[in-house]
Design a binder for this molecule. Sequence first.
Ligand code: NDP
Length: 480
Amino acid sequence: ATANIGVVGLAAMGSNLARNLARHGNTVALYNRHVERTEKLVREHGDDGEFVPSATVADFVASLKRPRTAIIMVKAGAPTDAVINELADAMEPGDIIVDGGNSYFEDTIRREKAIRARGLHFVGCGVSGGEEGALNGPSLMPGGTEESWRTLGPILTSIAAVAEGEPCVTHIGENGAGHFVKMVHNGIEYADMQLIAESYDLMRRGLGMEPAEIGDVFAAWNGTELNSYLIEITADVLHEVDKATGRPLVDVIVDHAGMKGTGTWTVQTALTLGVPVTGIAEAVFARGLSSQTVQRGAAAKAGLSGPQARLDVSAADRDAVIEDIRHALYASKIVAYAQGFDEIMSGAKEYGWNIDLAAVARIWRGGCIIRAQFLNVVSDAFESGDADVSLLFAPYFRKAVDEAQESWRRVVAKAVEGGLPVPAFSSSLAYYDGLRSGRLPAALIQGQRDFFGAHTYGRVDRPGAFHTLWAEPGRPEVEA
Ligand code: NDP
């Protein structure tokens, strides 16, 4: 046995992760169900470092040094379960099985329990950054026991992205914590992308600008506090010209946004936990609406009435409106992150994880899709305790939202007037206004609930639960 780490599943992600491991001095055992992938990897990239290919699980396990540590990168769901069981059968107590796929965190909790009962360690590890990240440095979010982290930590640290001199990996917490945090990362990614798309739409349809021109705007925004990977690639996408037609590529791409499920999980989980992640939810719903071909086709045919999707702006005011959009994007982004971190806080409480939110923000600064300058200040806010309740209360972000909000309100108002959908902008603003409202109309809802369902209500002037006998004369109030 010579390998200190193994990779099972050598499609795009697994092979790139294996190459990254080999390039950083690890001796990497390789196994894939169909041996062709293993052979191809060794043939094409064998000189990246030390590989030990195997054609069977038994040989693969035998090629690993103790404690045997194997990272699984296969299709999420049933294939992952199958591979975990095969490995667990061949491994021995103390060995470590790592699932690097996009698994649902409840599955990870279940698997960890089952594998622990067999004396092995199971680590659900979020891997972000796509194929490119897997090869050149991903952001890594491992869960699992402290003991497994002692073996796995140095290996993962060797391949993680580096941001400002620090590796983008930290031990997130027990069992499903890593996959939970990865899930929320993806939810925030959805919100980020939707906010950028709304900004684009306001300029494209609202102001009648050309994609390349809007690409220039995003390129300029990348030099502001919005600096991030997603803003940068947005500029690139908008500057791309379709070779076949000579038109802007974005104009020939079908406008149905796909999704693989992590955004939906983020929202489903938030609903279960009772956390209002409105920005993420609207982003998921917006993708859903984009793909409702039947309804959208029928709407186009019926010519549903409404404004012409233009912003009522004079040429002289155009640049000011673009600046307003930038502020609206920034403020909405702060809300989306505040909500995402709120979900992590609630998840940690519900599942008993001790998650260091400052560390989470730090490991998202590099390697992953939402990497951004912004995460430095997010990290500082959690580090200092200023964001213990919500990111929105940290002085830096309070000030940012304060400075942006006039613009934010103008953009939402103008968009609504002009018939341009801005679900993430407007729901983020509604969340913010809801949060800062001293009293909410929820009091009325409690009254209604008590009326039809005797659900009781609390009173502002004394403790206890109360019920009004709505059907009785004089409607007396009783203590429930
Ligand atoms: P795929 O999700 O396309 O999975 C292909 C791999 O799974 C192949 O190695 C395949 O083996 C193996 N496999 C499928 N079914 C089985 C089975 N029943 N038993 C054994 N092996 C099986 O590969 P990707 O590389 O795209 O992704 C791997 C994992 O990484 C997934 O969980 C994905 O969600 C996750 N991920 C992907 C990211 C991305 O950007 N693509 C980013 C982060 C995580 P064979 O060759 O024999 O068919």
